[in-house]
Design a protein around this ligand. Structure first.
Ligand code: FEO
Length: 162
């Protein structure tokens, strides 16, 4: 059984992961409108991963004889001024999520909840990858600057992920 505090931060995180999925679906949608289908596919893949993150926490709450509380999601941003702006937001968003995951790890320690500590460690490692993946694209976009040819080539590279 998990404490009320742990239950709360895990339920809050389900909303955050669903919100991440919503944000990345919205970005994917915007990239499709820009005819950058490789970026769109990459973000759609990312959105599906976020749904899996939410489901992992949902499953853990049930494994702990608890229950998930599904909260309302806000509508995500719909447009961005450039691919660079979108990936600045992606990287910033992942840093925000890392902070929340670290807070869950801190809460588990404070509550002497070893099971949640072990469970959330997977997310701690995952966030290192999530930040690195977003930053890698962001750095390439910074190098490319305003050159359409570079965006075109990166779009093809991004398309290989899906
Ligand atoms: Fe589930 Fe991208 O963090």
């Amino acid at each position: 059984m998990i404490s009320k505090k742990v239950q709360k931060v895990l339920n809050d995180q389900i909303k955050e992961e669903m919100g991440s999925a919503y944000l990345y679906f919205s970005m994917s949608n915007w990239f499709h409108t820009q005819n950058l289908h490789g970026f769109a596919g990459w973000l759609q893949h990312q959105a599906k991963e976020e749904l899996e993150h939410a489901l992992k926490i949902y499953g853990y709450l049930h494994d702990q004889n608890s229950s998930a509380e599904l909260k309302a999601l806000e509508a995500p941003q719909k447009t961005w001024k450039s691919p660079l702006a979108a990936f600045q937001d992606t990287y910033k968003h992942e840093q925000h999520i890392t902070g929340l995951i670290n807070n869950i790890a801190d809460t588990a320690i404070a509550e002497k909840d070893h099971a949640t500590g072990v469970f959330i460690n997977w997310f701690v490692s995952e966030q290192v990858e999530e930040e690195a993946a977003a930053l890698a694209v962001l750095e390439k976009l910074k190098l490319i600057g305003d050159h359409p040819g570079g965006i075109y080539l990166l779009d093809r590279e991004m398309g290989a992920r899906a």
